[in-house]
Design a protein around this ligand. Structure first.
Ligand SMILES: Cc1cc2nc3c(=O)[nH]c(=O)nc-3n(C[C@H](O)[C@H](O)[C@H](O)COP(=O)(O)OP(=O)(O)OC[C@H]3O[C@@H](n4cnc5c(N)ncnc54)[C@H](O)[C@@H]3O)c2cc1C
Length: 360
């Protein structure tokens, strides 16, 4: 039996952020099935993240990590190519992250501040107990054991496994999926923009990453014809070449993919409620964003910090901490839906396309 104040499921950006903010004040345990972060897509960090990283005492180390600056977005949408640069942004530029390195920064800092990491490990079950919860853990090296905690935080990403076990309902808003490849740019073109290009059955994304690497991704709905080919490298390459802006970019930079296309869920979803008696959900577990918004990581940092503050208040006896957090997550979700709808509605060329009709 391991006795802690806070048990966090998930050591992704949201879970590690909650842990590093709570660990100086409370006994914290973090459970994750991966001992080190898995390579995955999701690297554009908006300029406003600098404020959160500074507030949490992470800025100096973040700067040392050498992530690539991102100076704005270039979108080919509704037949027009337009740039939105960060020149007048009060926070300066954003970043294209080395995603694994960034996640390790958050994990290492949480550990340095005293959080106990249980990895690789999973949650087998959860039950209420006097003064909190009892969580059944299966850890590869140690075998099964019980974790007793006063507060639980679900930071387990889109599955929101813990919150659903506690009775919360997760609602998906669409069926968006993503296929992506990464590889090397053989020519350094100094490209520091995120590129987006609308297609009849979805949209494309590309960004140059640190160390001369690049990611290319296509997004469509899981039930549309294009989704049947997402893992076919020949289809992926040929479809990308049809896109004028994307193919010019990849040709100029001499991009060579060094992996087969991987697929992942990318739909919007909400959790109701996002917090309950003795528990909170953070990051994608609380609210999952369409990658078009590039807000997922910021939301993970923001809700990780907000839930840490609410947990701190709850542990000190404030019974309104959960309600305040639920209201905050609700207002983030409402603002997100308005912006997403506005962005998709700007593309009007393919009114017959099921993908665009669903989003009109
Ligand atoms: C295609 C795509 C592109 C994206 N691009 C961007 C982008 O450019 N910019 C941006 O800001 N965001 C982007 N995002 C979103 C961003 O990646 C997520 O919002 C972010 O990862 C959320 O962090 P999290 O910590 O909430 O969840 P996750 O990163 O999913 O972390 C969850 C953690 O929980 C662990 N876990 C889950 N279940 C269990 C279990 N049962 N037992 C043990 N461990 C468990 C996992 O191993 C993982 O470490 C993108 C997302 C997608 C799908």
């Amino acid at each position: 039996m391991l006795d802690v104040d806070v048990a966090i499921l998930g050591a992704g950006p949201a879970g590690a952020t909650a842990a590093l903010n709570l660990a100086p004040h409370w006994r914290v345990a973090v459970v994750d099935r991966h001992a080190v972060p898995k390579a995955r897509i999701g690297e554009s960090l908006p300029p406003a993240a600098k404020r959160l990283l500074s507030d949490m005492g992470l800025w100096a180390e973040f700067e040392r990590q050498g992530h690539a600056p991102c100076h704005g977005n270039r979108a080919t949408w509704n037949g027009i190519t337009a740039e939105h640069d960060f020149l007048r942004d009060p926070d300066g530029h954003g970043w294209h992250l080395d995603r694994s390195r960034f996640e390790m920064l958050l994990r290492d800092e949480a550990q340095r501040r005293g959080a106990k990491f249980l990895t690789p490990a999973g949650v087998r079950g959860v039950a209420s107990a006097p003064h909190g919860w009892e969580v059944a853990i299966a850890q590869e090296r140690k075998g099964p054991f019980a974790l007793r905690a006063k507060v639980l935080i679900d930071a387990g990403g889109r599955a929101a496994m813990l919150a659903r076990k506690l009775g919360a309902r997760r609602e998906s808003r669409d069926k968006l999926v993503c296929a992506w490849v990464s590889g090397k740019d053989l020519v350094d073109t100094g490209d520091a923009m995120s590129h987006i290009e609308a297609d009849e059955q979805g949209w494309w994304y590309s960004a140059a990453l640190p160390s001369g690497r690049r990611v290319v991704a296509f997004h469509t709905d899981a039930d549309l014809p294009a989704a049947r080919h997402l893992q076919d490298p020949a289809w992926f390459a040929a479809s990308g070449q049809r896109m004028k802006g994307l193919s010019d970019r990849l040709r100029e930079s001499g991009f060579v993919a060094d992996m087969q296309p991987a697929t992942t869920a990318a739909h919007s979803a909400t959790l109701t409620p996002a917090a309950g008696e003795g528990w909170f959900a953070v990051g994608d577990a609380a609210i999952s964003f369409d990658p078009l918004s590039s807000q997922g990581l910021f939301n993970a940092l923001y809700t990780g910090l907000a839930a840490a503050e609410a947990t701190d208040r709850a542990l000190q006896g404030d019974t309104s901490a959960g309600e305040g957090y639920r209201i905050e997550v609700g207002s983030i979700g409402a603002a997100y839906e308005r912006h997403l709808h506005y962005c998709y509605a700007q593309e009007q060329r393919w009114r017959q396309s099921v993908f665009w009709a669903r989003r009109a």
